[in-house]
Design a protein around this ligand. Structure first.
Ligand SMILES: [Zn+2]
Length: 103
């Protein structure tokens, strides 16, 4: 999914959470549903944020004896799982999209 759309969706969901949080004195049943919806929206935000690439931690370059690049390795910034460039555009464990660019 395109990063701009993901950011817009996160923003819209955050606004919806703010709206829900602003509803007061709505009775116990509605209050319970409100809390449930806020919890679900937060799960959706968490899933959407994983679509936005994050810099790999401790990105390391491996080169052969001629100095040619063999691969990059590092750690997922969200869960700490070891990741390797050629196999991982995203983390296999938590699905976080990875940014392999330098700095
Ligand atoms: Zn991960």
């Amino acid at each position: 999914m395109d990063e701009k759309k993901v950011r817009e969706a996160i923003e819209l969901i955050r606004m919806e959470i703010n709206t829900l949080e602003g509803i007061e004195n709505c009775g116990r049943v509605i209050e319970a549903r409100k809390k449930k919806h806020i919890a679900l929206y937060n799960i959706a935000i968490e899933a959407l944020e994983k679509q936005l690439p994050k810099k790999v931690d401790m990105r390391t370059e491996y080169r052969d004896s001629n100095g040619a690049l063999v691969c990059f390795e590092g750690f997922c910034p969200s869960c700490g799982c070891a990741v390797e460039y050629y196999r991982n555009k995203s983390c296999n464990r938590c699905t976080q999209m990875l940014d392999w660019s330098k700095n």
